[in-house]
Design a protein around this ligand. Structure first.
Ligand SMILES: Cc1cc2nc3c(=O)[nH]c(=O)nc-3n(C[C@H](O)[C@H](O)[C@H](O)COP(=O)(O)OP(=O)(O)OC[C@H]3O[C@@H](n4cnc5c(N)ncnc54)[C@H](O)[C@@H]3O)c2cc1C
Length: 399
């Protein structure tokens, strides 16, 4: 049987696998001719963008519910090596999977630099497991003897993830520590001179106002020099007492990109063409945070589920088309939006690459909730036809 292997089951990998199954179905390829196998570290599709939220029970979907109905095999395993010459991938368990076509969709991870104590005491909201570890840690603090900073959280990195995490935390801490004497405090730190610098001049005042309304303190133009169980030291000399540090600064593509013999950009991504083929590596496609794709004549893809999902769908369509000598589809996305959750202060919705604010407050929050709870979810019905239909290589309209 001809083998298509997809590495990863996030926003790009899941949709690549479903998109490939849909294309096989569309072309009427008899069962047993082409096998699609997803190799993913966890047997789940995680709704990673929601990891900053307090309630995570709806954020992890068993792959069996999504892939079994469409006949896609899945193996929970960590891929450790790719051999593009031999067309095979190796896993930590020692198994080797040969492929005729490969889709690399192993995503990205938050970069934790070599700061003393960070790896030991720092939490993150990068993965479902990371977000659960933070949840458990906060729960333990509530039940422990009060210490200075027990209800204080330092969030490091005032980019999109850091702002969303910081805005959500005050309400969460107030609920957790409602019976004790510790006063909840959230401090957002960034090396840049302003918070939300990624969001541009139009959205920044909205973010600043929301942080202030949520009671989040900020420290800008400072770095973290040490993390301990009880707090952080800053490059300014200030020491903040906080039993919890959440690291949200910096993203890097999965190190599996280093297995391909091609250059990578500053985020560790490999270049792909309009069909999601890795430039310079035959038979290998890439989608999502591992890939830099042209979205229009000026802009490359951003590490985002906004881009990862369509990249996955098109990679799935194209990997089968390429394998079977059928026409492929070029991916270009003519619009770009950002919807940033600002906790109880609402959200901010921007349009365009200059990120011009279109709506704020409750209106933007309603859009964010639609995205986070409906728009980015696959069908949860285990219905083959619905799953295949959802994987069509079509661009969604703006939210
Ligand atoms: C808290 C948070 C909020 C965010 N908010 C937004 C937002 O509002 N809007 C937006 O567009 N984006 C947002 N993002 C970014 C978005 O989550 C990512 O860009 C998106 O998840 C990328 O999709 P992906 O499929 O490339 O990678 P991922 O979703 O990270 O999936 C990677 C997959 O690969 C698997 N994997 C990794 N390494 C291996 C290996 N070695 N072997 C086997 N499997 C492996 C993982 O288990 C996973 O299944 C947010 C991210 C975070 C952390």
């Amino acid at each position: 049987m001809t083998a298509v292997v997809v590495i990863g089951a996030g926003f790009a990998g899941l949709w690549a696998a479903l998109g490939a199954a849909r294309r096989l179905d569309e072309l009427g390829v008899p069962a047993g001719t082409v096998g699609i196998t997803v190799l993913s570290a966890q047997p789940f599709h995680d709704i990673r963008v929601r990891n900053y939220e307090a309630e995570l029970s709806d954020c992890r979907i068993p792959l069996a519910d999504l892939l079994d109905p469409v006949g896609v095999a899945h193996v929970a395993t960590e891929v450790t090596a790719i051999d593009p010459g031999a067309r095979s991938v190796a896993t930590s368990g020692g198994a080797v999977f040969g492929y005729d076509r490969l889709v690399l969709a192993s995503g990205s991870h938050v970069l934790k630099p070599d700061i003393p104590g960070l790896r030991e005491y720092g939490f993150d909201v990068d993965t479902h497991d990371g977000a659960l570890a933070l949840q458990r840690h906060l729960g333990k603090l509530v039940g422990s003897a009060p210490t200075p900073g027990a209800a204080s959280v330092v969030v490091v990195g005032a980019g999109l993830t850091g702002v969303e995490a910081a805005c959500e935390l005050p309400k969460r801490l107030r609920a957790l520590f409602s019976r004790g004497t510790a006063t909840p405090r959230v401090i957002l730190i960034d090396r840049n001179p302003a918070v939300g610098s990624d969001m541009g001049p139009s959205a920044r005042p909205v973010i600043e106002e929301a942080l202030s309304r949520n009671g989040v303190e900020t420290r800008t133009a400072v770095g973290v020099t040490e993390v301990t169980e009880r707090g952080v030291s800053l490059s300014s000399g200030e020491r903040l007492e906080a039993a919890t540090v959440v690291w949200c600064a910096g993203m890097r593509a999965s190190s599996l990109t280093e297995q391909l013999p091609v250059p990578r950009d500053r985020l560790g991504r490999v270049q792909v063409d309009d069909y999601l083929r890795v430039v310079g590596v035959p038979s290998v496609f890439a989608a999502g945070d591992v890939a830099a794709a042209r979205m229009d004549d000026e802009h490359l893809s951003v590490m985002s589920c906004q881009h990862g999902r369509p990249m996955g769908r098109y990679a799935g369509y194209n990997v089968i088309s390429d394998l079977l000598g059928e026409p492929m589809l070029a991916l270009r996305i003519p619009w770009y939006v950002t919807v940033l959750d600002l906790g109880p202060a609402g959200a901010v919705y921007t349009e365009g690459w200059d990120r011009v604010v279109v709506s704020t407050g409750a209106a933007a929050k309603a859009t964010k909730q639609t995205i986070n709870t409906r728009r980015i979810y696959p069908p949860l019905t285990r219905d083959r036809a619905e799953l295949l239909a959802a994987a069509a290589p079509e661009l969604q309209a703006r939210p």
